[in-house]
Write a protein that binds this ligand. Structure first.
Ligand SMILES: C[S@@+](CC[C@H](N)C(=O)[O-])C[C@H]1O[C@@H](n2cnc3c(N)ncnc32)[C@H](O)[C@@H]1O
Length: 332
């Protein structure tokens, strides 16, 4: 029997939402890996330049310098906390209580006082008046909500005329092949873990996600699975039957993961007057990193930003083919 059918029949998962079944249960949703939030910037590293390019991408694409920005679904505070030094004010809106708490703690630790974070209930309207933001940024978050097209309509409502939305999303095309069905295991304290199973339907642009909470540590579970690298291909119904007594709770959610083409269509339908899929600022930053060598390559984050900014500006204004599921800028 197929694993997913077995889960449905034997574990009878409760319908849930991603904020409740995943994001509320994570101390850090980035594994404390975010540069500039959890780890210092290191100018010798290409990946750190790429990260600065990604942050400046949101700033340049929204024209957000000195403006009021909304970060929809900030997670651990990315990119809101890194954009705050440039913006007039950044508001992070997330439906996960835990994520809002973590963002507030990170802002306080970083000494940022023009970013504030607010929780609202999944599927409620966005709790801000019409035309109250100059720019909106959303990184891998709108596709985690129950109705992404409705969120786009809400974002359109709260943007001022001429205001811009920049989105970065998880398209499914990159998962074609072995990763269409996937497994991850998250540590949940010392004696518990969460098994996440993904069934990705690329043609329908849908993902069914199961979260199985287990009363066993991640390392013990891996031992029982007979592996140190959890992979979907190692999982069998027999293994699930063996670990069933340790299962505390099983939840399921189906999310919509639009392709670039679907995002562009929806953004037009909800009323944006210009919708442009473009290249990514991080690409501009790594081109600069590769061109510069030795003493010509700055180390300080401010100098790196000055160096990469023209390349980022260029990238975010350069049209990118839609089949690559690129970042999109939509103007009201
Ligand atoms: C993949 S994380 C991305 C976090 C962050 N933007 C980043 O890129 O690191 C998705 C975020 O969306 C949030 N989220 C899930 N459902 C949501 C909803 N209905 N409304 C707002 N945020 C939601 C989650 O709580 C989480 O913070």
């Amino acid at each position: 029997m197929n694993i997913f059918n077995w889960i449905e029949q034997h574990l009878k998962p409760e319908p849930s939402t991603t904020d409740a079944m995943i994001y509320d249960d994570m101390e850090s949703q980035s594994d404390c890996s975010l540069i500039g939030i959890y780890r210092p910037f290191d100018g010798t590293k290409r990946s750190h330049w790429s990260e600065r390019g990604s942050v400046l991408d949101f700033l340049c694409a929204t024209g957000g310098e000195g403006r009021r920005l909304l970060d929809f679904g900030p997670g651990d505070g990315w990119p809101s906390l890194l954009l705050a030094p440039y913006a007039l004010e950044v508001v992070g809106l997330d439906s996960s209580r835990k994520r809002v708490q973590v963002c507030r703690t990170n802002a306080q630790r970083m000494g940022i006082n023009n970013a504030w974070f607010q929780r609202y209930r999944t599927a409620d309207p966005i709790p801000f008046p019409a035309e109250s933001f100059d720019g909106v940024i959303a990184a891998s978050s709108i596709e985690q909500t129950p109705d992404p097209k409705e969120i786009l309509a809400e974002i359109h409502r709260i943007l001022r005329p001429g205001g811009r939305l920049r989105i970065f999303y998880e398209g499914l095309a990159g998962y074609r092949g072995e990763s269409e069905r996937d497994l991850a295991i998250l540590e949940q304290g010392r004696a518990a873990c969460k098994m996440l199973l993904y069934d990705r339907d690329i043609a329908r642009e849908r993902v069914i996600q199961y979260a199985i909470d287990l009363q066993v540590s991640k390392s013990d579970l891996l031992e029982r699975l007979g592996t140190d690298r959890p992979e979907y291909s190692n999982l069998t119904v027999e293994i699930l039957q063996r670990i069933e007594p340790m299962i505390e709770r099983t939840r399921v959610v189906e999310t919509i993961h639009p392709s670039g083409q679907t995002w562009v269509r929806w953004l037009g339908q909800v009323g944006f007057r210009s919708v442009r899929p473009t290249h990514d600022g991080s690409r501009g930053a790594v081109v600069m990193y590769d061109r510069l060598t030795g003493p010509n390559r700055p180390m300080d984050v401010g100098d790196v930003d000055d160096m990469i900014r023209p390349a980022v500006e260029l990238a975010v204004n350069l049209e990118c083919p839609l089949h690559r599921d690129p970042r999109i800028t939509a103007t009201k």
